[in-house]
Design a protein around this ligand. Structure first.
Ligand code: FAD
Ligand code: FES
Length: 252
């Protein structure tokens, strides 16, 4: 883990309230595993604690994050201009574990697509992507993931299947039961609850990127804990033991 001074190259609004920030690192960036995150220092007096974001793309001296404006921190971040400097700490946490499989299924809810972009790029082939969003106007969040096998749902029915992404995924579950498959997901907690419910039938392997509010981001403050089903040690730190957990170990 390294605290890197970075210079903003681009901070562009992709769709309303969703930004792609690209920053140049002084020197080379350390290797990031898909699902690992950074703690971004947000300059200015309004925001004291750093904010966590998954590494969206990493090249030799640039790192990108794709983020949604939620509150004060992300609002201030969205105002950063090309040439401004800040610090990012990373790589933080444990990312996705990738083993050789016949098929990979990746499920992303809304801005959750930011958490799986690097993963999908590293899987390269035999990937089905399920992406759920509120409306067709948000489809540009997919970036160049449109080259993959995509299943899309929108809540308002303006593109793909009308409804939520887990209802769409449920339609394909029976096709997966005899396959050597691993599922990866990134989205809100409610999505994970309904994903767990959907998967109870076959209990397929599934890793999820779990988000919690963070303070230190490096395992020191216990501000980001989640309850798991581990009988000996149920309380885990999302920033240190996570943010990627097996869906089956979380107490949802
Ligand atoms: C490991 C990890 C990776 C993340 N990756 C991304 C990413 O790639 N792109 C992205 O847009 N967001 C990501 N997030 C969420 C992001 O960190 C929060 O949206 C951000 O910290 C909100 O800061 P804020 O100051 O704007 O909001 P605040 O003013 O602090 O809060 C505004 C609202 O957001 C909620 N909130 C704050 N932090 C979180 C959080 N960590 N998880 C869920 N809700 C939260 C608050 O409860 C509140 O309702 C990630 C979070 C974690 C833990
Ligand atoms: S944020 Fe401090 S332990 Fe996770």
């Amino acid at each position: 883990m390294k605290d890197m001074e970075v210079t903003v190259i681009e901070n562009r609004e992709v769709i309303k309230d969703h930004f792609l920030l690209k920053a140049k690192v002084k020197g080379r960036i350390p290797a990031f595993r898909p699902g690992q995150f950074v703690m971004v220092k947000i300059q200015g007096p309004q925001v004291f604690l750093r904010r966590p974001f998954t590494a969206y793309e990493c090249e030799k001296d640039t790192i990108s994050i794709l983020y949604k404006v939620k509150g004060v921190g992300t609002r201030v971040l969205s105002k950063m201009k090309r040439g401004e400097k800040t610090f990012i700490l990373g790589p933080c946490g444990r990312g996705f574990s990738i083993t050789e499989r016949e098929l990979y299924v990746v499920i992303a809810g809304g801005i959750g697509v930011a958490g799986v972009n690097l993963l999908i790029k590293s899987l390269k082939k035999n990937v089905w992507i399920f992406f759920g969003t509120s409306s067709s106007s948000n489809l540009s969040l997919l970036g160049n993931l449109t080259n993959y096998d995509l299943f899309i749902s929108t809540l308002d029915g303006t593109y793909g299947k009308k409804g939520d992404v887990i209802s769409l995924f449920r339609e394909k579950i029976d096709d997966l039961k005899n396959k050597d498959v691993e599922i990866f997901a990134c989205g809100p907690k409610e999505m994970y609850k309904s994903l767990k419910d959907a998967l109870l039938k076959y209990r397929l392997p599934c890793q999820v990127l779990y988000e919690e509010r963070m303070a230190c981001g490096m395992g020191l403050c216990f501000g980001c804990v989640v309850e798991t089903l581990d009988p000996k040690d149920p309380i885990k730190r999302v920033c240190y033991e996570g943010p990627v957990f097996s869906l089956w170990e979380l107490s949802l």
